[in-house]
Design a protein around this ligand. Structure first.
Ligand code: IPM
Ligand code: MG
Length: 356
């Protein structure tokens, strides 16, 4: 059995952290005749520089012909002034839409060894285990009309927050299914006090909830949720929300764990599963062997679990991360007193060694 993996490192630290994730996957040594076949593709700014577009057709083709996609990060100051349709970020949005990846799962788990790395107090973050389920192919990111236009001599920017009932229903159902297999608490986040789209969202959540009497449902406005995440994050189990709210809340929730460099993600529900660390290309530390590769490595573990059905291998990687942290190994973003600071590559080596 050969597992075909499209590897899209992208820009900045994306390149460095994905190299470590691939290193760890290679070190797994699969059973019997199983193997990984990695195909590296251009994406983002790197693709703009090489071929003039952020998502070359060959990259999309390779993604569609793979069993899973491992993605680093895109973007950087070099490409921040190019036209909207040529921005590195457009590649990511086009992949999500073309592959139909409507569900983005972002687990926010506070590792015991990192409790004190969080800027929040130990008693607030200890034991936090949240899954953010972010809708990924709808909402204001993709709604039409959109653009910048001139009205009566003045420029006007325009975006549209739109969801169909079925788009809401499929993400909400998935969130209920996931909640059912966890602590059975689902928090739906909306802004139903102001936006009609979000009134529809809330109504559909209430409808779907009837099929899941075992799951406790709570509705929160997004501003309140942002506050509750800092005030008492342990109340949350699964959070389901629309695209842009999920983007913002997941960065906020990431800090509960100590660093955005710890958070993996899985984008599923479409043609091919897509796995990426939630952090960006971090141009300020790119190329310095300083980035934390753990989010990328943990994303590779999610890939094994959700797309390749290799649960025990996924667990092996997750245990190796846990062991490394418990032994006191850290990258600079999660450094604490009395710990050993490693570079990106050295952290990758430690995880690969810990697999055994
Ligand atoms: C994320 C990122 C992307 C998003 C950007 C890079 C387009 O912030 O995956 O969270 O906004 O979805
Ligand atoms: Mg984001």
């Amino acid at each position: 059995m050969a597992y075909k993996i499209a590897v899209l490192p992208g820009d900045g630290v994306g390149r460095e952290v994905i190299a470590e994730a691939v290193k760890v996957l290679k070190a797994l040594k699969l059973k019997g005749s199983q193997e990984f076949i990695f195909t590296e593709c251009l994406v983002g700014g790197a693709a703009i520089d090489e071929v003039g577009v952020p998502l070359p057709p060959e990259t999309l083709e390779t993604c569609l012909n793979s069993d899973a996609i491992l993605f680093g990060a895109v973007g950087g100051p070099k490409w921040s002034n190019v036209a909207y349709h040529l921005r590195p970020e457009k590649a990511l949005l086009d992949i999500r839409q073309t592959l139909g990846l409507y569900a983005n799962l972002r687990p926010v788990k506070v590792y015991p060894a990192l409790v004190d790395a969080s800027p929040l107090k130990r008693e607030i973050v200890e034991g936090v285990d949240i899954l953010v389920v972010r809708e990924l192919t709808g909402g204001i990111y993709f709604g039409n009309p959109r653009g910048i236009e001139k009205v009566d001599e003045e420029e006007r920017g325009l975006n549209t927050l739109v969801y169909t009932a079925s788009e809401i229903r499929r993400i909400v159902k998935l969130a209920f299914e996931i909640a059912r297999n966890r602590r059975k608490i689902l928090t739906s986040v909306d802004k139903a006090n102001v936006l009609e789209t979000m009134q529809l969202w809330r109504r559909i959540v209430t409808e779907v909830a009837r099929d899941y009497p075992d799951v406790t449902v709570e509705h929160l406005y997004v501003d309140n949720c942002a506050m509750q995440l800092i005030r008492s994050p342990k109340q949350f189990d699964v959070i389901v929300t629309e695209n842009m709210f999920g983007d913002i809340l997941s960065d906020e929730a990431a800090m509960l764990t100590g660093s955005i460099g710890m958070l993996p993600s899985a984008s599923i529900g479409g043609k091919v599963g897509f796995y990426e660390p939630i952090h960006g290309s971090a141009p300020d530390i790119a190329g310095k062997n300083k980035a934390n590769p753990l989010a990328a490595i943990a994303s590779a573990a999610l890939m094994l679990r959700y797309s390749l059905n290799l649960e025990s291998e996924a667990t092996r990687i997750e245990r190796a991360i846990l062991t490394a942290l418990e032994k006191g190994y850290r990258t600079p973003d999660i450094a604490q007193e009395g710990t050993r600071i490693l570079g990106t590559q050295e952290m990758g080596d430690v995880i690969a060694e810990n697999l055994a």
